[in-house]
Ligand binder design. Structure first.
Ligand code: ADP
Ligand code: MG
Length: 508
């Protein structure tokens, strides 16, 4: 099973501290991430989940809650939640129950949301949040439950009317609840990034934050140094401060800004002798601040009870084992393997494994070649260029085979590193077979010492003063090598040129 593969060792960093007027503070953060299941149809109906459809066109009678309609569970969605659970090294509950969470909202025609409360599909797991090479935070996962999304109320289309779009009603969400193990704004953003990466590797969620496929509720509290450790030792939340929940964040940058603001707001209240109210807040990116949405006193009583229209979900261990056996290699395992098998740095392995497509591209280039050279070319030349042009790896004009061909030509000494960059440009713009381009355009490196020697003689003869200086100051030999490279259109083997320059000048 790929999940058993050894991972890279890491240390957990100290928590970020904030200096207040009355001493130091620390942040404690826990997240509830809603990840839309990458399913073509909804959790309990066959209606389409396609994003951006005309309002109210992807709505079945079940989604519209017509009287007498019955929900039917979507097996694909269930399987994705199990895959997500396994990917987070979590316990899969062989029995889980769907509950009704009762509340009224215009975009929720049922009058309740079908969710899971006491018996979620996935139990405890963990996410390793990479922070720097050799440094990571182990964040516990409390649970994942499956639930329906609500529709969308639109208030800004007309001055006096509101509209309801039920296209999103009933779409399957996985709610992934973390333990309060995140210790700073950057860690929170990295947590979401890592979760998104794992879900994308699994194909369980497309992770498109702009379209709302992945959004996070961020719980923030502050405490004094030592309090968090006491909480971890005892499990007693009484050691932690009162939390506020910032709803519906769908940008890594805003998550960081909101946490930063919120922690400082709470510290200011506490240092002023006040108390933090447990409440739900919203982040306003234009003002850079969070504001209250509802307080705990207004907290809903949802009257959860098991949905009588749905049987409990029951799996056999064989079903779960079968899914586990079919999981792809996940980011942590892949990264460790790249370090181990290709000798690339942990940092580079992190860049290469950010997306499955980039990792696959790298492996195609590195196969049968020097891993470090392949990583250099893939990251610095190819990814650098793709980023600049805003292209995905899948849209790369230069294929893995072409890039591999360039590296082979350098390795065999046929072209210099400098010419290789020109060759890369040609491949990018025009395509073609690297070896044929080198042949046809006379780009082959001159290793014929006779030709290089002639160029060296010429440069020395044309620059008698510089030659005299270089004999006094050998470090000036580099200037001559540069001139020789220029004279040969970059095709001289630089090492051979260097040796000849020194010999001809009588340096050494
Ligand atoms: P609810 O469903 O009412 O929001 P939960 O108990 O499910 O409440 O907790 C929601 C989230 O809040 C979890 O991610 C949890 O880790 C986090 N959390 C709980 N207590 C704190 C705290 N003191 N500071 C920060 N986060 C917290
Ligand atoms: Mg909550």
């Amino acid at each position: 099973m790929p999940l058993d593969a050894p991972l890279l060792a890491f240390e957990e960093p100290a928590a970020k501290r904030i200096e207040g007027a009355t001493g130091e503070w620390e942040m404690v953060i826990g997240m509830e991430v809603h990840a839309q299941v990458a399913s073509k149809s909804k959790l309990f109906s066959g209606a389409s989940t396609a994003f951006g459809a005309e309002p109210n066109t992807n709505v079945s009678l079940v989604d519209a809650a017509m009287p007498g309609m019955l929900p039917v569970i979507n097996a694909f969605c269930v399987e994705q939640a199990v895959r997500a659970g396994l990917g987070l090294r979590a316990k899969i509950n062989l029995r889980s129950v769907f509950d009704r969470k009762n509340y009224f909202y215009p975009d929720l025609p049922q009058g309740y949301q079908i969710s899971q409360f006491k018996h979620p599909i996935v139990g405890e797991g963990e996410v390793i949040v990479d922070l720097a090479p050799g440094v990571a935070r182990r964040v516990g996962i409390e649970r994942i439950h499956l639930e329906q999304d609500a529709g969308k109320s639109i208030h800004d289309m007309d001055p006096s009317l509101s509209f309801v779009d039920l296209n999103r009603t009933g779409v399957a969400l996985m709610e992934i609840v973390s333990r309060p193990h995140i210790r700073g704004p950057e860690e929170a953003a990295e947590y979401v990034r890592k979760l998104r990466q794992i879900l994308r590797y699994l194909g369980a969620c497309d992770g498109n934050m702009q379209e709302g496929s992945l959004r996070a509720d961020v719980n923030v509290s502050v405490c004094r140094p030592g309090d968090y450790e006491r909480f971890r030792e005892t499990g007693d939340f009484g050691h932690l401060g009162t939390r506020c929940e910032i709803k519906n964040m769908n940008s890594m940058r805003f998550i960081q800004q909101a946490i930063d603001f919120e922690a400082k707001r709470q510290i200011a209240i506490l240092e002023d002798g006040g108390k933090v109210d447990q409440e739900t807040r919203l982040y306003d990116p234009s003002k850079g601040e969070t504001r209250s949405m509802r307080s705990k006193e207004e907290a809903h009583d949802y009257r959860y009870f098991p949905d009588p229209d749905l049987l409990p979900l029951e799996f056999s261990q064989d079903f779960v084992d079968g899914i586990a056996a079919s999981l792809p290699e996940l980011p942590d395992q892949k990264k460790a393997r790249f370090v181990r098998d290709y000798g690339v740095t942990e940092y580079d392995a992190g860049v290469l494994t950010a997306e499955v497509e980039s990792a696959d591209f790298f492996e195609a280039v590195a196969s049968g070649r020097d891993g470090k050279t392949a990583a250099n070319w893939v990251i610095n030349e190819l990814f650098g260029r793709l980023n600049k042009e805003g292209l995905a790896v899948s849209a790369s004009p230069v294929s893995a085979a072409q890039l591999g061909g360039v590296i082979d030509l350098i390795a065999s000494g046929e072209i210099s590193g400098k010419i290789a960059k020109d060759l890369f440009e040609i491949l990018w713009a025009e395509g073609g077979i690297p070896a044929e381009i080198v042949e046809a355009r006379g780009m082959r490196q001159v290793t014929d010492t006779g030709a290089i020697e002639a160029a060296v003689d010429e440069v020395i003869a044309a620059n008698p003063e510089k030659a005299a200086q270089a004999r006094e100051k050998p470090s000036m030999a580099g200037w001559f090598v540069g001139q020789v490279m220029k004279a040969t259109g970059g095709k001289a083997n630089p090492q051979a040129a260097g040796e000849l320059v020194k010999r001809k000048l009588g340096i050494e």
